[in-house]
Every structure is written in structure tokens, then in C-alpha cells.
Design a protein around this ligand. Structure first.
Ligand code: R5P
Length: 322
């Protein structure tokens, strides 16, 4: 294998568009692979090019269908290990099961840890992820984890929204740290919706901590799943006198009635990154921001054994990719 061929980027079936965009930014072809299902829906996977001694990256968010995408990632890693790849990095732009990161009641699993174990045992040497639901999930892995933030990518678009006298609002207390980071960067105030989760589908809003009246509100969250939290938050800030309302989230899981809830809520823009592909109908007022350039730069740096955290200290321009 020639030196230039030592870096290979592959895609599972979860998000080939993102993997292709990453490769386009890096100026390299996407690795050839055949992935299909047997009639019983077991996965049939074959890497079609030589990977012996290569530094390999597999792009696969573990978004819905979660178990298909997760097992496909595990199968891919196993395949590459057996094909003698030198290093395997699982590029997981969205890490599913991240919300199940603790035993918050008796007799429940910690599925985020289980998934971390599975990825490690399959043979990954490293994980590259974006906006993990809780940063401490990095510690569930005994292999290195490079944790990227989508904030610089989304922030570029937030600035284009032209929010006047903005206040950044977290739709729940757990999201305060993320919202504070946006507020700091935008030099804006922070407010928090005091939400209580009743079940996986149902939440109630108790209060808002901070001022939203006569302000443009930028609601920030790491993910939109059923859309309940963020659309309820949009409604309550509007009811408390907010002017324009914008929604910003890294991961658009968009399951169940999410699209309808977003379409029906008073937000004028739904800004999402492309860590997860939009399956089916997209929200009506969707604006997308791509993490492909960010991932391309991170992959390039990991391959060169250069600092990844410095990505967030330097400019976000493409010329950073050598
Ligand atoms: C919660 O901790 C997360 O940050 C999100 O707020 C939540 O997962 C969103 O879920 P949903 O869209 O179903 O309300």
C-alpha cells in the first residue's frame, strides 16, 4: 500500500451523504464496501479494497434505526480488524443510547456503557463523536475518544439569523451548560426552562428562570427527539412575551410526531446540523448546517497525530485541512 493510501474513510448505511461530504472535503475517495441484508435481515458486509496496515475511519451515526445502525458499525469494525487494518476509528456523529447513562432507578441497564463496551470489544481503537449527550460518556470507553462540538458550525448560522437583543434559552436544566456556551459566544443572556420529565414521551414545564419578554429567543438543545421539549419551550417563551423564536439543535433525531410538533410551534427557524440524516418529511422551516468540514479536519488531524482540541482554538476555514 502506498503512503497516500494509508488513510481510508468508509461509510455504513446510516449516513452515506455525510461520509461522502467528508471525503469531498478531504479530497479522497470514499472506501469501497458492499453492505446489504440477507433475506432474514442479518447484515452482509464486505470491504472491497485492501485495508492491511491502513488508518481506517468508519462513519456511522447510531441514529434510528438504532439497532441496525449499531450492529452494522460493530460488524464493520470486526471486518476491518480481521482484514488487518492498523487503526480503526469509529466516527459516530450521533451516539445513540447516550441518554441512558446512569442508573436513575433500580433494576435498569446503563445502555450507553453497554454500547461503549460493544464498540471497544468489536475492535475500535478510537472514537470520534460530536456533542455527546453527557461529556462523561467519554469515560465509558477505555480507548481514546475525541469529542467535537458542533457549536462553531451552528454558531455561524445563528449569527445569520439576525436575532435582536437575544437571550439563549435552555429547554431544561440539564442543557444549561450547552446553552451557557452559546450565550457566552454570542455575548447574550441566558434563561432556563424548568422542565420536568414525566416519561419518555411527556414533560411538564414548571417555570422560566431568566427574562425572555421583548427579547428574541434562541432555544438551544443537544438533540430533538420527539420534539416535545423544544416545541413546549418555544410555546412558553412566546406566551411569556418573547419576540422571535429560533430553535437550534445538534442532533435531529426527529422521531414520532417531532416534525408536526416543530411545524406547529411558534419558532421561525429550526437550525439542525447533519449528524443524522433527515428521513421522511423535513421540518418546514429547517435550516441545515454541515459538520462534514469539521469531521474532515478532525480525521485529518487524528491521522497525522495532531491535536484535535486545537480545532476549536483556530479558524474554521477549509484551508486548515492540508
Ligand atoms: C434531554 O436531556 C435532551 O437534552 C433533550 O432535551 C431531549 O432528549 C429532547 O427530547 P424530546 O425531543 O423527545 O423532548
Amino acid at each position: 500500500m502506498k503512503r497516500g493510501e494509508r488513510l481510508r474513510v468508509f461509510s455504513g448505511r446510516a449516513h452515506p451523504q455525510l461520509a461522502g461530504d467528508i471525503c469531498a472535503h478531504m479530497g479522497i475517495p470514499l472506501g469501497e464496501v458492499t453492505v446489504r441484508d440477507f433475506p432474514d435481515r442479518e447484515i452482509d458486509l464486505k470491504v472491497e479494497c485492501d485495508v492491511r496496515g491502513a488508518d481506517v475511519f468508519v462513519v456511522q451515526p447510531t441514529c434510528p434505526p438504532v439497532h441496525d445502525n449499531l450492529f452494522e458499525l460493530l460488524s464493520f469494525i470486526d471486518c476491518l480488524r480481521r482484514a488487518s487494518a492498523e487503526k480503526i476509528t469509529a466516527v459516530i456523529p450521533y451516539f445513540g443510547y447516550a441518554r441512558k447513562d446512569r442508573k436513575d432507578e433500580g433494576r435498569v441497564p446503563i445502555n450507553a456503557k453497554l454500547v461503549a463496551n460493544l464498540i471497544t470489544v468489536a475492535g475500535a481503537d478510537r472514537v470520534l463523536a460530536i456533542d455527546l449527550h453527557a461529556a462523561q460518556i467519554q469515560g465509558f470507553f477505555d480507548i481514546p475518544v475525541d469529542h467535537l462540538f458542533a457549536r462553531p458550525v451552528l454558531m455561524e448560522k445563528v449569527r445569520e439569523l439576525g436575532a435582536e437583543n437575544p437571550v439563549i434559552v435552555s429547554p431544561d436544566v440539564g442543557g444549561t451548560k450547552l446553552a451557557r456556551a452559546y450565550a457566552k459566544e454570542l455575548k447574550a443572556d441566558l434563561a432556563i426552562v424548568d422542565k420536568r420529565r414525566i416519561s419518555g414521551h411527556e414533560t411538564v414545564i414548571e417555570n422560566i428562570v431568566g427574562a425572555v419578554e421583548d427579547r428574541d429567543v434562541v432555544l438551544v438543545d443537544d438533540m430533538i427527539s420527539t420534539g416535545g421539549s423544544i416545541s413546549d419551550a418555544a410555546r412558553i417563551v412566546k406566551a411569556r412575551g418573547a419576540n422571535r423564536v429560533f430553535i437550534v439543535a445538534t442532533h435531529g433525531v426527529l422521531c414520532g410526531e417531532a416534525v408536526k410538533k416543530l411545524n406547529d410551534c411558534p419558532a421561525e427557524t429550526i437550525l439542525l446540523s447533519d449528524t443524522i440524516p433527515i428521513r421522511g418529511e423535513a421540518p418546514a422551516r429547517l435550516v441545515k448546517a454541515s459538520v462534514a468540514p469539521l469531521l474532515a479536519r478532525a480525521i485529518d488531524r487524528i491521522h497525522r497525530s495532531e491535536s484535535v482540541s486545537s480545532l476549536f482554538e483556530t479558524s474554521m476555514r477549509d484551508h486548515d485541512l492540508r
